[in-house]
Design a protein around this ligand. Sequence first.
Ligand code: PA5
Length: 424
Amino acid sequence: MIKFDAEHAFLKESIKDYQAQVTACHEALMNKSGKGNDYVGWVEWPNTYDKDEFERIKNCAKRMREQCEVFIVCGIGGSYLGARAAIEMLNGLYGKKEPEIIFMGNTFSSTYIAQVMEYIKDKEVCVNVISKSGTTTETSVAFRLLKQFMEQKYGVKESGERIVATTDKARGTLKALADTKGYETFVIPDDIGGRFSVITSVGLLPIAVAGIDIDAIMSGLQEAYHDMASDDLDKNPAYQYAVCRRILQNADKNVEMLVTYEPSMTMVAEWWKQLFGESEGKEEKGILPCSATFSTDLHSLGQFIQEGKKVLFETLLLCEKPLVDMEFPADDENADQMNYLAGKSLDWVNKMACQGTLEAHEESGHVANLMITIPDMSAKSFGYMCYFFFRACAMTCYLLDINPFNQPGVEVYKKNMFRLLGKQ
Ligand code: PA5
């Protein structure tokens, strides 16, 4: 379901030369003997996920869809990005909107928080608060406001039925609060870290509330699990991608720009940035992940890519089939002189822009391009793509001798912030 193409990447080393290292890293991942091996629950998750909890997610989502006009998802980082990426990609930015999904708990911005609270005040609301640790400050700040709002609007009992908590199975203040208030709870598995958790209740509940078929996501995940089971570099596209990243970094390409041609996949790129940035950016190693949405950003970043310092390579994340297509109309007056496109599909125009850009960046810009192509913007492809990136991420980090599954560096700002906020 995924095509990986390194033909436009000017690779100076052969991918196959990495086979022995890849085999060793693959074995470490599968035997749970590699770095961070407490957090590799996602590897077997397509087979081992809790089927009863999965049914409970679907039932809860059905209930939430009937009960609310606005569904608030309150979480940050791994407890936020995956659900938003899926919902925007699979529904489109102006597609299905019942219920409307709003994200909170991902910022301290008073303007954002106050405006959301104002926006929802006369609407029927349900809330999913998501936090593995149960103590993340952005999430806790927003959730206190939401809890008070819900209790004032619906009373304690009904708000207990309209709030759902996704958190650790036993630990943390959120779990304790949920038990006291009688919220339905969903479990974040101990051995799956935040940025790998979109395939658990963390992502699946909001995604299901948005009306997306989560069975199809799991089927994509299972198909990817089978397709990426081999350590053989001829057979495993995720490992090919992982190796290409290492080869390109060896050639001094320290920035990877993930490029999509779909505005509704901008959040997929944000999710991908967290996955690779938080996994790989440590010990003064790693590739800086950044992203762009073309053709929009060709009118801004395009200049740098074409002629600026040669620090980056592009990874194109392409879809063969768009969510929706339309024909460009003829116009009798043709005052805008656009009739040369009359009768063409807009997706065809987008694809020609992609082809022309690839040629420009490759031939005169001398920018390496990797290409990852998924067949469509379906739930199954989304599940498949997630697993592809998980496998690639683990492999590329292991090849660099990095623990992909921790994030020690993110604690530093928190310590300073807590001191300034006067937290004991
Ligand atoms: O990937 C991660 O682990 C982080 O981005 C976390 O998901 C994020 O900090 C939120 O943490 P929590 O779910 O504990 O609130």
